[in-house]
Write a protein that binds this ligand. Structure first.
Ligand code: ADP
Ligand code: MG
Length: 734
């Protein structure tokens, strides 16, 4: 690699090099790929006098002015804030900082020129920015040779702004400092960058070359130039991501020999004939797709997507029966113990008249039982093994595992999928590349599906079983809780069952559990003392959970109080009420999943969201006056958006799209877990078009020149091996 150490770069030195390393910048290459987080548009500077008209705008506004005063002000409660007064020729603006006061005091000097960006607010009759972004524009001694920014004010220049840290600022690597060394590096070292795309791709998609793109992403010659640089770099990033996926898929498709199952479907037919319902058209269609994959000699690698309640389990069971009929074992992995137990009971119930040996393997089972199960699995007499990730523990050996099903796949990482597949390759009797079916109820916007599941074939159940009435979703406030309880009571009187769910999040797990337990006691002892009511949560032993769930299923329990352990998969058609307490604290996907626990039978079902009144209160009369208050306001707005969405629609796809917007793709789908590289510049949500094109090129390349032998593909080959080696390792196992 031509990368050079940074410390010999002019103006860096060992101390700054160490700080840069802490920002993830180890080489010149990293420095070039440290993209600006933002740009300051000098042609769009607002005059201070115009800010009053722009209160509560939805985007940041930039002002350029001179620091005329600064001071630390103590509030009545003893809290301090740092205020910096900025003037331009039209007026005066306060910039207020609540945190990091000591640092800010040292940061600025009276007389210097700053560009600040933020949202204007009024406080005590003065206009202010709270914690604005700022950028120093005035010239100082050490900056000889550089542009005099204060003179550049009216030229319409686009100034890059970089993410920095407090440690970096201490060695004067604030945004401006970074800008300076990046500019210098671009002048001296750009030759270390090689082109990463083939000439034909560059030409075909009218992409600028790599060096041009890097120069312009930092110092664009105008907005069009910046756009071109961005498009090129996004394409690059998405192209290599898709190339990884293309190899992952190819590995499975071409080079592995799987099992050609013979689809006789005697058992499956027997099962279908015994069902109390007809399969939907959509179910039949996906079963055909799966059966066709299974009969092919290539290993199946298929994603089955269908909204909550669409009936995926029975589809999976039919696939498993095909494998079992061929003499193979099957594994069915689910993310929680409760869900595994439920599947175990459901499957056994479906199989009442069909001789299939179903076993359950989860953590916390008694030693003797566990030993017996493991032996059964190893001998091959266990034909269908349901379980949690206990299934992928080292001690588990299969005899001849031919089909792997993973339920609620989004709860698992790509590695877990890989390990379960490995189990089949290590089968003691007949090692094979197994067929893999993963299932998810989380609807995935198309663009995201192309990346997160880009190596899978997709089947979709796009139809609900008949006779389902749409669930009614209702919002109630804390003060209306009595009314909610009354409603629950009425439904129970009609013979139905209800869930009451309390939030439990990791950060405050202990407190949440305490709160849920206390609420449960009050419900049991005071409100519903005449009814059968139980509490279930994740900390209970598997046996205890199992007992409660089966009692609930049998109708012995009227009201099940739960923490979010029941979020995924639970299926009790007689339950018609889902009460979600502190609904504002739940994520959208969770709310959708929880709501999906009702509406599974033919009766009208209800989902009642109980939220804090102030969540839907109108926007604050006054701008938030501290950083904490501001953050709180942002959270409130998001919670409001979530509740409004869940009230408005039951369409999983629409919900997923809002969710994606609110949370961003990384968090939404745990891309970290997927074993794929993090995206730096491309955005899966908004760059769908570039993504499609890049995907097409990448898949075409792998089909056309899989070994990347051709001369025109050498740049791609080199870059791929240099930069994506680690992720490539996963290709073999993913
Ligand atoms: P999910 O796709 O959410 O996993 P399940 O497989 O748990 O859904 O199915 C939900 C419920 O619908 C179960 O009680 C199941 O037995 C039932 N079900 C499945 N298919 C049909 C159908 N075609 N008609 C009626 N009920 C069905
Ligand atoms: Mg399910």
């Amino acid at each position: 690699m031509k990368d050079e150490s940074l410390q010999y770069l002019h103006g860096v030195g060992p101390k700054r090099a160490a700080v840069l390393a802490s920002l993830g910048i180890h080489t010149i290459h990293d420095l070039f790929y440290y993209f600006p987080r933002n740009y300051l548009d000098r042609s769009h500077v607002t005059k201070i006098k115009d800010l009053r008209r722009l209160l509560f705008t939805d985007h940041d506004i930039t002002v350029v002015g001179k620091v005329v005063a600064m001071d630390t002000v103590r509030g009545r409660g003893g809290s301090a804030r740092f205020v910096l007064v900025l003037n331009d020729e039209t007026g005066s603006l306060d910039c207020v900082f609540f945190g990091g006061i000591q640092w800010f005091q040292k940061m600025f000097r009276v007389g210097e020129v700053l560009a600040v960006s933020g949202r204007p607010a009024m406080y005590g009759g003065r206009i202010q920015f709270v914690h604005p972004e700022f950028d120093r524009l005035s010239l100082d001694e050490e900056e000889e040779g550089e542009v005099d920014w204060s003179n550049a004010l009216n030229t319409g220049a686009i100034i890059p702004q970089y993410r920095s840290t407090e440690g970096a600022r201490r060695v004067r690597l604030d945004s401006r400092g970074l800008r300076r060394i990046i500019k210098r590096a671009l002048g001296e070292k750009l030759h270390v960058i090689d082109e990463t795309l083939s000439k034909s791709i560059l030409e075909k998609h009218e992409l600028v070359d790599a060096r041009h793109a890097l120069r312009s992403i930092h110092f664009p010659q105008g907005w069009n130039d910046l756009d071109r640089a961005r498009r090129r770099l996004k394409f690059d990033e998405l192209f290599y991501l898709q190339l990884l996926l293309a190899y992952r898929k190819r590995e499975v498709k071409l080079e592995q020999q799987g099992v050609s199952f013979v689809v006789k479907s005697k058992l499956a037919r027997q099962l279908v004939d015994s069902l109390p319902f007809e399969l939907t058209k959509a179910q039949k269609k996906v079963i055909r797709e799966i059966a066709s994959d299974m009969s092919s000699p290539r290993p199946m690698n298929r994603l089955l997507q269908g909204d909550v309640g669409s009936g995926k389990t029975i589809v999976a069971l039919i696939a498993m029966l095909i494998a079992i009929e061929n003499g193979y074992q099957t594994a069915f992995m689910a993310p929680t113990e409760i869900l595994s137990e439920q599947h175990f009971h459901t499957l056994r119930n479906f199989l009442k008249a069909i001789p299939v040996n179903v076993r359950l393997l989860i953590g916390g089972q008694r030693q003797r039982l566990r030993k017996d199960i493991l032996e059964d699995v190893k001998r091959g007499s266990a034909q269908l093994v349901v379980g949690t990730h206990a299934l992928i523990q080292e001690q588990v050996t299969f005899n001849q595992l031919g089909l792997v099903v993973i339920d609620e796949q989004h709860r698992f990482g790509v590695l877990q999928r890989a390990v379960l597949r490995e189990k089949a390759l290590k089968s003691s009797l007949r090692p094979v590349h197994p067929d893999v079916l993963v299932m998810t109820a989380t609807p995935i916007p198309r663009s995201l599906a192309m990346t997160v599941y880009g190596d899978l074939d997709v089947s979709i159940i796009n139809e609900m079983p008949e006779h389902r009435k749409p669930i009614r979703t209702i919002l109630r406030f804390d003060s209306q809780r009595e009314e909610v309880y009354e409603f629950v009571r009425q439904e129970v009187a009609k013979g139905r069952q209800a869930y009451i769910v309390y939030p439990l999040i990791e950060e405050s797990e202990k407190l949440d559990l305490q709160a849920a337990t206390k609420n449960f006691q009050r419900l049991r002892d005071e409100i519903f003392s005449d009814l059968d009511i139980e509490l279930i949560h994740g900390r209970m032993s598997p046996d205890a959970k199992d007992e409660i769930m089966s009692d609930f299923k049998l109708g012995k329990i009227n009201i099940l109080v739960a923490t979010t352990v029941i979020e995924v998969g639970i299926d009790v058609p007689n339950a018609t009420v889902m009460v979600i307490e502190n609904a504002e604290r739940f994520g959208l996907a969770q709310l959708h999943q929880l709501r999906g626990r009702v509406g599974r039978g033919s009766e009208q079902s209800y989902c009642i969201l109980v939220a804090k009144e102030k969540i839907l209160s109108a926007a604050l009369a006054r701008p938030p006056s501290s950083e904490a208050a501001f953050a709180e306001e942002v959270e409130r707005k998001k919670a409001e958006a979530r509740l409004k969405t869940i009230l408005k629609t039951i369409d999983g796809f629409k919900i997923a799209e809002v969710d994606l917007k609110l949370r961003g793709p990384g968090e939404f789908f745990g891309t970290k877990q997927s074993g794929l590289p993090e995206l730096q510049i491309a955005n899966i949500t908004t760059d769908g078009e570039i993504l499609s094109v890049a995907r097409k090129e990448a898949f075409h390349l792998v089909a056309d020149d899989p070994q990347l032998r051709r001369k025109e593909n050498q740049s791609v080959r080199k870059h791929f091996l240099e930069r994506y080696k680690n992720q490539l390792a996963l290709v073999k196992t993913g």
